[in-house]
Design a protein around this ligand. Structure first.
Ligand code: CP3
Length: 351
């Protein structure tokens, strides 16, 4: 599903949930809102559910993954659930030795740096995703009308972890590889795209009604490098669900210069981080693309009056775009008071 922004109002779709209306470039009566990382450490019920269970293990236990996915919907009355999983889950399912280390992030036992490393990596086929299918079905059964958003890591962000072996600030090794050995880079990126594409497809077939491709580290790239060495593989990942009619959100951080390229990679909706005001993002995108974003997560810890003024400003600037789903400009910080998130939802719904 692409270029739906200018679709005329379709009376048959009147009853669609606000999230899907906004993703289609329409203006539902209630402005929809959800939060990246809404399922996670800011919630006491999350910390209780995770007691003694490793991060990736919890993603692969369908009852637990479903429960954690539903927690923020029950508590905050957000307009969407985001599937509780991680961008590295498909790597684990494919048999790659990866862990999520608390306070650090994904750590890959054998970083992939050379043509030989990539030869070995691409032998890994997508693993059995039965646990994902089961978890999504459990979630969708409980959600009623509230849509579930499926997601995957974009190939560049996955490759950045695989090449660096761990989170990195400037992604030097990944950026070196794309130029030093472009053919090896392309093989790595094709493999990552197919892994993420299969993960998206599993979630949609099991009942997810929208997807988000996270290219969290795309902002490390120049527009030229992004266009040549990353975007075609995001297109390839999204291509796995070309035949499934769900809206596709493309999000990254530090992407002010990349928004058009990210849209043109095959997205219906562009997620904007907190650095660029939404009216300016809309201008750069030619006023044709629904937007998602972009409350600064730092302000969740500011006095309510400061946060409220900021949320009102985000909603106001978002009116410039053909559709707007309120979200943060990046994930919920673990130290966030969950009561503040509930209050933000109430505020957005009241505007
Ligand atoms: O609520 C949600 O958004 C759904 C679940 C979700 C998680 N990770 C759960 C998670 C989603 C959508 C992701 C995506 C993800 N994972 C991204 C893209 C979004 C972004 O933040 O840019 C990235 C880059 C990752 C990789 C990753 N996984 C990182 C950097 C970390 C943080 C490590 C830390 O401890 O600071 C993780 C772990 C992770 N993924 C947690 C959660 C809830 C924390 C695990 C814990 O509770 O210990």
């Amino acid at each position: 599903m692409t270029n739906t922004a200018a679709l005329p109002a379709d009376p048959a779709k009147k009853a669609a949930p606000p999230l899907l209306e906004a993703y289609s470039g329409r203006r539902p009566a209630r402005t929809p809102v959800w939060f990246m990382r809404q399922a996670g450490r800011s919630l006491p019920e999350y910390r209780a559910a995770r007691q003694g269970v490793g991060m990736l293990e919890s993603c692969l236990r369908p009852d637990l993954a479903a429960e954690i996915t539903l927690q923020p919907v029950r508590r905050h009355h957000v307009d969407a659930a985001i599937f509780f999983s991680d961008i590295v889950v498909p790597l684990r399912l494919a048999g790659v030795d990866v862990e999520i280390v608390s306070g650090v992030g994904p750590v890959v036992a054998e970083p992939v740096r050379t043509a030989g490393d990539v030869d070995r990596l691409v032998q890994h086929r997508p693993g059995d995703a039965g646990a994902i299918t089961e978890a999504v079905r459990l979630v969708v059964d409980e959600l009623g009308d509230t849509p579930l958003i499926g997601f995957a890591g974009a190939p560049f962000t996955l490759a950045a972890y695989l090449v660096e072996g761990r989170p990195s600030r400037d992604h030097l090794a990944a950026r070196t590889l794309m130029h030093a050995d472009p053919e090896t880079w392309r093989r790595l990126m094709r493999w990552a795209a197919d892994l993420s594409g299969a993960f998206l497809r599993t979630q949609v077939l099991a009942g997810a009604r929208a997807v988000q491709l996270f290219d969290s580290w795309a902002g490390a790239l120049s527009l030229r490098d992004y266009t040549a060495h990353a975007a075609p593989f995001s297109t390839r990942a999204l291509g796995h669900i070309d035949d499934l009619d769900v809206p596709r959100v493309h999000f990254g951080t530090g992407t002010a210069e990349l928004l058009v390229a990210m849209r043109d990679a095959g997205a219906d909706v562009v997620g904007v981080d907190y650095r660029l005001p939404l009216d300016e993002a809309n201008r750069r995108l030619g006023g044709q693309t629904p937007l998602q974003g972009n409350i600064d997560p730092a302000l969740l810890a500011a006095p309510w009056e400061v946060l409220e003024a900021h949320v009102r400003d985000v909603v106001e600037r978002g009116r410039a775009a053909p559709g707007h789903v309120v979200n943060l400009g990046h994930g919920v910080p673990p130290t966030t008071d969950p009561g503040v998130l509930t209050r933000v939802v109430e505020l957005v719904h009241s505007l």
